[in-house]
Design a protein around this ligand. Structure first.
Ligand SMILES: [Zn+2]
Length: 307
């Protein structure tokens, strides 16, 4: 539980240059480094000859040219897969599709894959926080959980893994998983309602943990060489936070913001809104599991009490 939220590592890729990671796997990092995106979005090129792209990245002409420039002679991009429709992952799908003729494959639009509870909160006006949503995102081909796509020398299997975002897919290839922003090595993943859903996040982490994978390739940062340990850390980290929230509610009912101020004592005031949103994600999950009540109703401003 002592691992920091953000662990500095020595991940320092050359932006825009293809790097061979494995047999039939190259990575090109986009030119969008930031505190939310770390060194930039990882775009993966899968296979040789007819190449699949996973997460084309942000709207960037520089990155578009970098992806086309990463192809060897006689190679072409035949498929464009998208893990989720945050603005650092999906906006380049359409321009890349127009240039290459390749279809865009994803779970669905930016509202798909949400739970009923999250749809209710969105209908109340709860807006997402953090990363921007690619509102107009519309895949050409919608993939369901467990669906495989084979082409040329590669095969990818889509796994629906909501939690960071409702339409989030991970893609399994051999003993690797392209896990988007669900699991990252350098930060615990953002779970911000209504797109972020902690109930779904825990289920998705547990789902990925049921198989023995060799490596995860995330949306940002270095490959995760011990996926099982990372998944277990993420699950334990969230359970630890949940225990803190339940302990604080033993004293008295409270709002998400009051709980965040009690629990995140080391956090600078400017980051309390983000912490509040994280606590709210936990409270929604606890409400779904009937461990807390919300008055007058479940909302970001509600007063929560132990049941
Ligand atoms: Zn991202």
């Amino acid at each position: 539980m002592n691992t920091p939220l953000s662990a500095p590592d020595d991940f320092d890729p050359v932006i825009g240059q293809p790097q061979q990671l494995d047999d039939g796997l190259r990575r090109v990092v986009a030119d969008n480094a930031s505190p939310m995106t770390y060194r930039g979005t990882n775009t993966y090129l899968v296979g040789e000859g007819d190449v699949a792209v996973i997460d084309p990245g942000p709207s960037s002409e520089t990155h578009l040219q970098a992806l086309l420039g990463a192809l060897k002679p006689k190679e072409r991009i035949s498929h464009i897969f998208v893990t989720h429709s945050h603005t650092d992952h999906s906006p380049l799908a359409k321009p890349l599709s127009q240039v290459t003729g390749a279809p865009v494959l994803a779970f669905g639009d930016s509202k798909s894959g949400r739970s009923d509870t999250m749809n209710d909160l969105a209908a109340q006006g709860l807006a997402g926080g953090g990363e921007g949503v690619d509102e107009g995102f519309a895949p050409d081909i919608m993939l369901v959980d467990g669906e495989s796509v084979h082409h040329g020398d590669w095969a990818l299997t889509a796994l629906h893994t909501p939690g960071h975002f409702g339409n989030h897919l991970s893609f399994a290839m051999r003993d690797m998983v392209f896990c988007g922003d669900l699991v990252m090595g350098w930060a615990s993943s953002l779970v911000s309602p209504p797109d972020g859903d902690l109930t779904a996040f825990m289920a998705s982490c547990r789902k990925l943990a049921t198989r023995d994978w060799r490596v995860f390739h995330a949306g940002h940062g270095a490959p995760i060489e011990d996926p099982e340990a990372r998944l277990n850390w993420l699950i334990e980290h969230r359970l630890g936070r949940e225990a803190q929230i339940l302990a604080a509610l033993e004293n008295s009912p409270a709002t998400a913001e009051a709980l965040a101020r009690q629990i995140y004592t080391e956090t600078p005031p400017a980051l309390i809104p983000a912490a509040t949103r994280n606590v709210f994600a936990h409270l929604i999950d606890l409400h779904i599991h009937k461990r807390v009540s919300a008055a007058p109703q479940l909302s970001a401003e509600a007063v929560f009490a132990l049941v």
